[in-house]
Design a protein around this ligand. Structure first.
Ligand code: FES
Ligand code: FES
Length: 151
């Protein structure tokens, strides 16, 4: 039986193995390749999406677990907070190779949704699960503070 959920505001249904990682469904079934595969074991954050508003590692969540849920990927970001984050990312040239950045932005938006004026400690805690092999951490922190000023 197809597993149905909301993906970026649209109802989708995929007739797949219930154990298929959500990330596979997003990339291979829905064709949304902005969400990246890094480690596959919930350790790097490259695959971060929002499930019912909370950041989650889509590589380690079976698609059956999101039946009826609202899943948001980088392609679906449109809120004022999300646009502020994206603008600050561009303004401060955060991105280096880019591979981790979808996940970084999804975590940053989730943080600012909950904590509109985060401290450095808030940022470090919220972003600690998102690894960047290019070490853009300082620019990420700066961009989150910058976005917070325009929300
Ligand atoms: S690919 Fe999911 S946390 Fe690394
Ligand atoms: S920008 Fe290269 S891994 Fe983060």
């Amino acid at each position: 039986m197809p597993i149905s959920f909301e993906l970026n505001g649209q109802t989708v249904a995929f007739d797949v193995d219930p154990d298929m990682p959500l990330l596979w469904a997003i990339r291979e079934k829905a064709g949304l390749t902005g969400t990246k595969f890094g480690c596959g074991i919930a350790q790097c954050g490259a695959c971060t999406v929002h499930i019912d508003g909370a950041p989650a590692r889509s590589c380690s969540i079976p698609i059956s677990a999101v039946a009826g849920a609202k899943v948001l990927t980088i392609e679906g970001l449109s809120s004022k907070t999300a646009l502020a984050v994206q603008a600050s990312w561009q303004k401060l040239n955060v991105v280096q190779c880019g591979y981790c950045q979808s996940g970084q932005i999804m975590s940053a938006v989730a943080l600012l949704n909950d904590t509109p004026k985060p401290t450095d400690d808030d940022i470090d805690t919220a972003m600690s699960g998102n690894i960047c092999r290019c070490a853009t951490y300082n620019r990420i922190r700066e961009a989150i503070h910058d976005a917070a000023t325009s929300i």
